[in-house]
Unconditional design. Structure first.
Length: 306
């Protein structure tokens, strides 16, 4: 007869029950509190009865303070699981960040965890931050939905934080790595896991790699501004033209005009004279050159060379 433990997966951990607490009631009270924004006050007031009911089943007491805008959880004499207070802390954090109670209460399960990622620090520029945050969501939420289906977890983008269980994708996106690369990698890993032959092999050769673009070399920073361009008056002052009298200006312009005309006339005359220049002719061969050429032709026919 086989025992029931043989049919149970060896990696499964049994949930902590009241009978497992051999020490009895906790000696000290543990409590956690968190603040929530003003716009969450209406929703929390509506669902707080459901939150109290969920936490009461685990022996956790909760308090909603609308005056100071805070939520708190604490252990009671009915609490039997020492780790459940940390789960309750995560629950109120998720509620404060905009997660619905139907999704947030799942964090109380033993096989469930959460992470609230701050995405405001990696990017300082506000416009760039909004653009990269939109990449996580994708057009009509398609990218976010694809990540949820592949990772089988709930993701919520709210303000400067993302409540998820896959921090690598979110942080890489804020570093300007598009989520589509991580989605492709997850899909390939899912298919490779189905093949038992690849269980002991490295999957690096199957995973996509993105080539890093070479950054253009930055210009050398100089704290001093570039020198101011000289004005026309400054150039005239340097050359001395500024101090010429009107009749001297006219005489100078006439002289420059005549000089240009003379240069153009010489250029045109040279172009016309090129037509009358005789081409170079080759000199007629002498008697000795003719004899050498004849001997060379005869030797080439006989196949001999002198």
């Amino acid at each position: 007869m086989t025992s029931t433990s043989e049919h149970r997966p060896h990696w499964k951990i049994d949930s902590f029950q009241a009978d497992d607490n051999k020490g009895g009631v906790f000696t000290e009270e543990s409590s956690f509190a968190t603040l929530f924004p003003k716009y969450r006050e209406k929703y929390l007031r509506e669902v707080w009865s459901a939150v109290t009911k969920v936490l009461d089943a685990h022996g956790i007491a909760c308090t909603l303070d609308l005056v100071h805008g805070s939520m708190s959880v604490r252990t009671t004499h009915k609490t039997f699981d020492p780790h459940i207070i940390l789960k309750a802390r995560d629950l109120i954090k998720l509620l404060a960040r905009g997660v619905a109670i139907t999704q947030a209460q799942k964090v109380l399960q033993d096989d469930m965890a959460c992470d609230i990622i701050k995405i405001g620090n990696p990017v300082r520029n506000k416009d760039r931050f909004v653009k990269r945050r939109q990449q996580i969501i994708g057009p009509d939420g398609s990218t976010l939905k694809a990540i949820e289906l592949l990772t089988q977890c709930y993701i919520l983008v709210q303000g400067n934080t993302v409540s998820v269980m896959v921090p690598r994708i979110v942080l890489d996106c804020m570093k300007n790595i598009h989520p589509i690369y991580r989605i492709k990698e997850l899909m390939i890993r899912r298919e490779l896991a189905k093949d038992p032959k690849l269980a002991t092999e490295s999957w690096d050769r199957f995973l996509p790699t993105s080539d890093k673009k070479e950054k253009p070399a930055k210009k050398v920073y100089t704290p001093f501004p570039p020198p101011q361009r000289l004005r026309k008056v400054d150039l005239q002052l340097e050359s001395g033209e500024y101090f010429l009298k009107p009749h001297e200006w006219e005489a100078r312009e006439v002289q420059q005009r005549k000089q240009k005309q003379a240069e153009a006339t010489l250029k045109r005359r040279a172009e016309r004279a090129e037509v009358y220049v005789a081409p170079t002719e080759e000199a007629a061969p002498t008697v000795e050159e003719k004899r050498k050429r004849q001997h060379t032709e005869v030797d080439a026919k006989d196949g001999t060379a002198r």
